[in-house]
Design a protein around this ligand. Structure first.
Ligand code: NI
Length: 138
């Protein structure tokens, strides 16, 4: 019997979408205001879903204290009040779009989680824009 456990978190960060190998004109055409050279910020909300079997001894799928600690250490402490482009090596050569951020966050948490768990991450960049990885159609 599989059960999904969710934990929410959030961080504030600045970013800029652009490609250094493109002209300013091309960057502006594709990324618009998001390519503002002075950066802009978002309140990123994340939702982490861990699916697994209920441990008959504890009644837990995963101890939420432990999940929370992983999210804090890998994501919120590192990303909060940072400039994603300048401060985070993952985005040195990778555009910090919602799509790329959700994959990076997933992979950082995945590396700390036991292989017996299934992991899915969602990230809200605004109230209306959010991203999910990996994708499932259940
Ligand atoms: Ni943005």
């Amino acid at each position: 019997m599989k059960v999904a456990v969710f934990r929410k978190a959030h961080f504030n960060a600045a970013h800029r979408l652009y490609r250094p190998d493109w002209t300013d004109e091309r960057n502006n055409e594709v990324f618009g205001l998001c390519s503002n050279p002075n950066y802009h910020g978002h309140n990123y909300y994340i939702e982490v879903r861990v699916t697994g079997d209920i441990d008959p001894e504890t009644g837990y799928v995963i101890d939420l204290k432990i999940l929370n600690e992983i999210i804090r250490e890998e994501i919120t402490e590192r990303f909060d009040h940072s400039n994603l482009n300048e401060d985070q090596p993952e985005f040195k050569y990778l555009n910090p779009t919602g799509e790329n951020i959700v994959v990076v966050i997933h992979d950082l948490i995945r590396a700390r989680l036991d292989a017996k768990y299934t992991l899915k991450v969602r990230i809200w960049e605004t109230d209306r824009n959010y991203f999910e990885y990996p994708v499932s159609f259940e």
